[in-house]
Design a protein around this ligand. Structure first.
Ligand code: GDP
Ligand code: IMO
Ligand code: MG
Length: 434
């Protein structure tokens, strides 16, 4: 009964921006379908093909390949006008949207959600999260509180008017019409206009769980693309400094509507160092000039908000935790080229808390914020890695760094990023060799 399924899940192992977009683009070239299963337009996934740079927020990063089926599954929270804008941008870049399916069960980000996001952040003052201000938290909260709409609700205009009126009346009892920022008619129009534009572009709103399961059952190669990273997961991340969705491998089942046994392979994407945007504890954060060096060389500026990203050394405590939560079956490591030229590299091998050694990632933020990292120093490498296509050609010290990661996480590295462009990559093992 144990049928073989051709499915790969790609997960961020750190605090997002690990380079998932590029890895998805590479793996999707031999996929039949790419599925985004969580988050919203807070995500920013970069794909660079020759001189063209694409930044995906809601669209699956496989869309550049044009031949794959692209699916925005139920777990994704959708800002419809933002999606239209993203598609139009892509069309300007010469990519025609084909084969795009969106779940009729996906919750909506309504026009007032980004306003509330900004408003709440202001009121939080010193305890602000540092959100992307895209309304993600307020929209997911409303959905869980059962005060929201799903895309499918728009397909029946009468029902949509009834529901939006109920929700708006309720919301305006709690919030002033002013803080909602929009009149009911404007909200209605914005959604109807967007859905009509999508329909004209041939986008199909459907039961994506059925579509995905049918594809998997017929032996098709289905790739699942996570947004954000494990440490931003609503349960397993550094709460409350997290996003509002399930960013981990378990999120695929919920977000895409598939059973756990349909997942064959889980690739953890790890940046060769660590970065974080927004607030929250970051034990391996670098505070000296090396941070500036890495930020500039790695162009560590938010894809969505352009905020400078905080940077730190590789944190093995956090990565072992990510391995446990996701059960990675292999690793894709990115941005190793950025570390070239550093004489010494550091990695966090443990934490010290009140004089005691900790080797598990703590759940309490109050503990984590006072954890002192225990570093191990390892020699760096001078050589430029750009253009290397074979692992055996990497400098000895780079290979040692990779072997150390494989040993610590007891997981093999399959893909190595050596630059931002699609072809700056070493494929150690074909990811579809399951
Ligand atoms: P994502 O959110 O995980 O998809 O990552 P982002 O796209 O937000 O950020 C990753 C950044 O690193 C982007 O600018 C990518 O173009 C770039 N990038 C990805 N892989 C590599 C790599 O191996 N080397 C270098 N130098 N840049 C990379
Ligand atoms: P990708 O998919 C990095 C961070 C925000 C903030 C926190 C909550 O590109 O890796 P939100 O707007 O989600 O309520 O913000 O989460 N954050 C990300 N950081 N990469 C992302 O996505 C992120 N999406 C959200 O900076 O700290
Ligand atoms: Mg990103």
């Amino acid at each position: 009964m144990n049928k073989e399924f051709n499915t790969i899940v790609v997960i961020g192992s750190q605090w997002g921006d690990e380079g998932k977009g590029k890895i998805i683009d590479i793996i999707s070239q031999n996929a039949d379908a790419v599925v985004r299963f969580n988050g919203g337009n807070n995500a920013g996934h970069t794909v660079i093909v020759k001189d063209k740079t694409f930044k995906f927020r809601l669209l699956p990063s496989g869309i550049v390949s044009e031949k794959v089926i692209n699916i925005i599954a139920t777990g994704v929270i959708v800002n419809l006008p933002a999606l239209v804008e993203e598609i139009e941008e892509l069309e300007k870049n010469g990519i025609k949207i084909k084969n795009l399916y969106i779940s009729d069960r996906s919750p909506l980000v309504l026009p007032y959600h980004p306003l509330l996001d900004k408003f709440f952040e202001e009121k939080r003052e010193k305890s602000k999260i540092g959100t992307t201000a895209r309304g993600i938290g307020p929209a997911y909260s409303d959905y869980i509180a059962r005060d929201s709409l799903r895309i499918g609700d728009l397909l029946d205009k009468e029902y949509f008017i009834e529901r939006i009126t109920q929700i708006y009346d309720f919301k305006s009892k709690i919030l002033s019409e002013e803080s909602l920022g929009y009149k009911i008619k404007e909200i209605y129009n914005s959604q109807i206009e967007a859905i009509e534009k999508l329909s004209k572009k041939g986008v199909i709103i459907t039961d994506t769980s059925k579509l995905i399961n049918d594809l998997i059952d017929s032996g098709k190669k289905v790739l699942f693309e996570a947004a954000q990273g494990t440490l931003l997961d609503i349960y397993y991340g550094t709460y409350p400094y997290v996003t509002s969705s399930f960013t981990i491998a378990g999120g695929v089942c919920v977000g895409a509507g598939i059973g756990p046994q349909k997942i064959k392979k889980i690739i953890g994407v790890i940046k060769g160092y660590t970065s974080r945007v927004g607030e929250g504890p970051f034990p391996s954060e670098i505070h000296d000039s090396i941070a500036e060096y890495i930020r500039e060389k790695g162009q560590e500026y938010g894809t969505v908000t352009r905020r400078p990203r905080r940077v730190g050394w590789l944190d093995l405590v956090a990565l072992r935790y990510a391995k446990r939560i996701n059960n990675f079956t292999s690793i894709a490591i990115t941005k190793l080229d950025v570390l070239s030229g550093l004489e010494k590299l550091k990695v966090v091998v443990g934490y010290r808390y009140k004089g005691k050694l900790i080797d598990e990632f703590p759940s309490s933020l109050n503990v984590l914020k006072d954890c002192e990292p225990i570093f191990e120093e390892i020699p760096g490498w001078k050589e430029n890695l750009l253009g290397i296509l074979d692992i055996s050609r990497l400098p000895q010290n780079t290979i040692k760094y990779l072997e150390m990661i494989e040993k610590e996480l007891d997981t093999k590295i399959e893909i190595i990023g050596t630059g931002p462009e699609r072809n700056d990559i070493i494929i150690v093992k074909d990811p579809w060799e399951l």
